[in-house]
Design a protein. Structure first.
Length: 519
């Protein structure tokens, strides 16, 4: 016992006297033992955690720390040892710090160890966001959405306005819509009612994240004719050289390219060839090749034409300024992220981001549109400059009519390929005079628009959920409440989320701020 510690002497006594030995000191050593230690520890990403391992013993044990699982080095640059190494602090923790840490205390008598589990929580993030898709009816659309977070978040897909709710490994009743184990949403045999926004949500204990993508479903009658991405310019070329006239066409279904000289179709062979991308190539140019040439891109949705001319001159003629079709690299890149800023009955305002200018400065932008109601070819729009850079107001449109828009940049060498098409949008009907500030609405709704303020039990089988709107209620149609049970019955599939939709504008007066969930 510790109380036995002390100095001991041996005494001997007889009739002649007594003797005493020199003193001997007894030291009782105590094996290391735990006085207190941290339990399982949770911390938010970026915070500081404190691991405590207070030990006793005699002599005072030395304390060592190590990472058990997964095995690895301690973060020396972010850690500090205090109180004779009995307290370990780790600063700016990250999910990589999650694991099991061991406190090991030893002295000459023995040792003791304790394990402490750390779980670093991080907000869900969406690493790969879904992209907008445009498919023909009966086609297939796929949306990728990869998420991260610690612990891994629960992910699910919703279709705005329909109440569809689907998680990993689930599929719809008709089998057309499914989500695989990688959280890719696939919609096959696409129907018209599948059109709309699809939202990928990731929900974790530290927060949530979401991303959305738009699916546009096009009936054949709603699909625009092919658009010629790169068409030929008028050229003046030397006799005996080679001439090229590009005609790269885009469209769904894939268009076929045909060439005419004057009014006659060009047959390939000899000096005339047409490449897979639609470029007409003529070798050994003759004076008789001077003419107009027309490229036609055709598909089931219609056709688009582009007419050009070439003039063949003797190379020794000093009065001729020869001009050859410039290389594609000299042209500007198409604008990106074309957005609709506002719509009224006859005007749509578009904005975009500029691309690479090419070999000369961008001189301006051209807008083309196509209407499912008006049909016909792609039309070069009448536009008006606005007070904002990289925006144009498209004028003289028809009220209550659907349109699709593309934008091209132009420099001194020519025009760019078209931008990605906008979604199909409709101008306002006559009598609806206000301009809809779409950009403002999107900007506000991209931020937090609602706050959960309370969850209160009402009865044994019902609770009341309360919220506060953080944006103008007129911008919202309704509220989704998604919930899952924590106590599972035998007939319940663990982890399945339920959803209820609350409409905000079904009655006069202020919108509801609470809802009772039953069952």
């Amino acid at each position: 016992r510790i109380s036995d510690t002390g100095k001991y002497v041996c005494k001997a006594r007889n009739v002649y006297g007594e003797r005493q030995s020199q003193g001997a000191i007894l030291t009782v050593l105590v094996s290391p033992h735990l006085v207190s230690s941290s339990g399982p520890t949770k911390a938010d990403e970026g915070s500081t955690i404190e691991l405590v391992c207070r030990v006793g013993g005699d002599p005072q044990p030395e304390v060592f720390w190590r990472r058990l699982h997964p095995k690895g080095e301690l973060p020396l640059g972010r850690m500090a040892l205090e109180e004779r190494s009995q307290v370990l602090r780790i600063h700016h923790v990250s999910p990589e710090d999650t694991g099991v840490y061991s406190c090991h205390a030893e002295n000459p008598v023995g040792y003791v160890a304790a394990n402490i589990t750390i779980n670093v929580l991080s907000r869900p993030l969406i690493k790969v966001t879904p992209l907008d898709a445009r498919v023909g009816i009966y086609g297939t659309a796929a949306f990728e959405c990869l998420t991260t977070g610690s612990p891994p978040p629960t992910t699910y897909w919703t279709h705005e306005g329909s109440g569809l709710l689907m998680g990993r490994g689930q599929s719809g009743t008709d089998g057309r819509i499914s989500v695989n184990e990688h959280n890719t949403l696939t919609i096959s045999n696409v129907k018209q009612w599948d059109q709309g926004y699809y939202v990928c949500s990731a929900v974790g204990v530290s927060g949530s994240a979401f991303a959305r993508a738009h699916l546009e479903v096009q009936d054949m009658s709603d699909m625009p004719p092919p658009i010629i991405a790169i068409g030929p310019l008028n050229q003046t070329l030397p006799l005996g050289t080679e001439g090229e006239m590009p005609c790269e066409a885009w469209g769904t279904p894939e268009p076929q390219v045909q060439w005419q000289r004057g009014r006659e179709n060009i047959r390939t062979g000899g000096r005339f060839t047409i490449t897979p991308l639609g470029t007409l190539r003529i070798i050994g140019l003759k004076m008789t090749d001077t003419d107009t040439y027309t490229c036609t891109a055709k598909s089931e949705t219609g056709e688009t034409t582009w007419t050009t001319s070439i003039s063949i001159e003797k190379p020794t003629n000093p009065n001729i300024a020869f001009f050859k079709m410039p290389d594609e690299g000299t042209l500007p890149d198409p604008p990106s992220q074309v957005e609709v800023f506002s719509i009224n009955t006859t005007v749509v305002t578009l904005g975009w981001h500029r691309g690479r200018p090419g070999l000369s400065s961008v001189l301006g932008y051209t807008v083309q549109y196509w209407s499912p109601e008006l049909r016909g070819p792609w039309v070069t729009a009448k536009t008006q400059q606005t007070d904002r850079a990289l925006t144009l107001a498209v004028k003289d449109l028809q009220p209550n009519t659907r349109y699709i828009f593309v934008v091209r940049a132009r420099n001194s060498h020519g025009v760019s390929k078209p931008s990605a098409r906008t979604h199909t949008l409709r101008t306002l009907a006559e009598g609806v005079g206000q301009i809809i500030p779409l950009q403002e609405i999107r900007s506000q709704l991209s931020q937090k628009s609602i706050r959960l303020t309370g969850v209160e039990p009402i009865t044994a089988t019902s609770i009341q959920v309360s919220w506060q709107l953080l944006v103008d209620a007129s911008m919202l149609e309704g509220v989704y409440i998604r919930y899952r049970p924590l106590v599972y019955q035998t007939n319940t599939i663990p982890g399945i989320l339920s959803v209820e939709t609350i409409r905000l504008h079904t009655t006069r007066g202020p919108p509801p701020a609470s809802h009772i969930l039953t069952g």
